[in-house]
Design a protein around this ligand. Structure first.
Ligand SMILES: Nc1ncnc2c1ncn2[C@@H]1O[C@H](COP(=O)(O)OP(=O)(O)O)[C@@H](O)[C@H]1O
Ligand SMILES: [Mg+2]
Length: 258
């Protein structure tokens, strides 16, 4: 199921390290706890993201999915636990250093710059990069999202909801991530648009990029994921391959309406 690695695209790792392949997961979260005051939102979870795979974290509203992602990105304080990415301990790194390692989150609620053009939004995604090749990567993003190319000089705020989500993903790809984090990209979108976004995530993954997808849309997320974790009030309740979880009676009862 794993995609082969292609050369030189935005949806492709930097090729550094490689220690994660046979030796272990690309990213390992151990014993992660996050609290907001007295509320323990994440209660000591373990996760493994394997290189080249789509891993999904699914769960109901308030389960702690976004908090988990924020902790990976260094945007909330970890009360306990560790995050190791490609053999490097990221637990205490600030957000910009985590991004510079190639762990890049697609902004929730899209957070694109509505008064700037599509092109300007995409170019901003590349601002942390020192290499050349931004123009090539723009073309690769347009290959994934032809509609962004059609609207490249238009104002981002005039895009539809689905197109804005595509732009947010495209912008993250311009940073040349090694691991792409997404927080509910399906939110607020019509089912047919969700399918299109998820198909594109599969295509991006097939080019070699490792993806961590947080979703409330349990069925669709498990359909495209190699592996999944079910988060319930801050704890992992179930895990397995996407297929196993889709067939799991406990999950079907709780999330998929029997
Ligand atoms: N900034 C915050 N301050 C206090 N409580 C929060 C904050 N953000 C989230 N929470 C609480 O933490 C829990 C997990 O929230 P969240 O991670 O947003 O869940 P999910 O993304 O799965 O919907 C919820 O009980 C939520 O109310
Ligand atoms: Mg959330």
């Amino acid at each position: 199921m794993n995609g082969h690695r292609s050369e030189g695209g935005p949806a492709q790792g930097r090729g550094a390290g490689g220690a994660a392949t046979a030796a272990g997961p690309l990213l390992r979260v151990s014993g992660l706890k996050v609290s907001y005051g007295h509320i323990e939102a994440v209660k000591g979870i373990d996760l493994e993201l394997r290189e080249g795979e789509i891993t999904t974290l699914v769960g109901a509203n308030g389960a702690g999915k976004s908090t988990t992602l924020l902790a990976l990105s260094g945007l909330v304080r970890k009360a306990a636990g560790s995050v190791v990415f490609d053999g490097e301990d990221l637990t205490r790194l600030p957000p910009h250093k985590i991004v510079s390692r190639g762990v890049v989150q697609v902004a929730e609620g899209r957070a694109i710059l509505t008064t700037m053009s599509v092109r300007e939004n995409l170019e901003l995604g590349a601002y942390t990069r020192k290499d050349r090749g931004v123009a090539d990567d723009l073309e690769k993003v347009f290959g994934l999202f032809p509609r962004l190319k059609e609207r490249v000089d238009g104002m981002a705020g005039n895009l539809s909801g689905g197109e804005q989500q595509m732009l947010a993903i495209g912008r993250a790809l311009m940073a040349r991530p090694r691991l792409l984090l997404l927080d509910e990209p399906s939110m607020g979108l019509a089912p047919i648009v969700v399918q299109e976004i998820f198909r594109t995530l599969r295509a991006i993954n097939a080019q070699g990029l490792t993806i961590f997808l947080v979703e409330q849309n349990v069925r669709q997320a498990l359909k495209i994921a190699h592996r999944g974790y079910v988060l319930e009030t801050g704890s992992i309740a179930l895990s397995g391959s996407g297929r196993e979880l889709l067939d799991d009676d406990r999950l079907v009862e709780a999330y998929l309406g029997g």
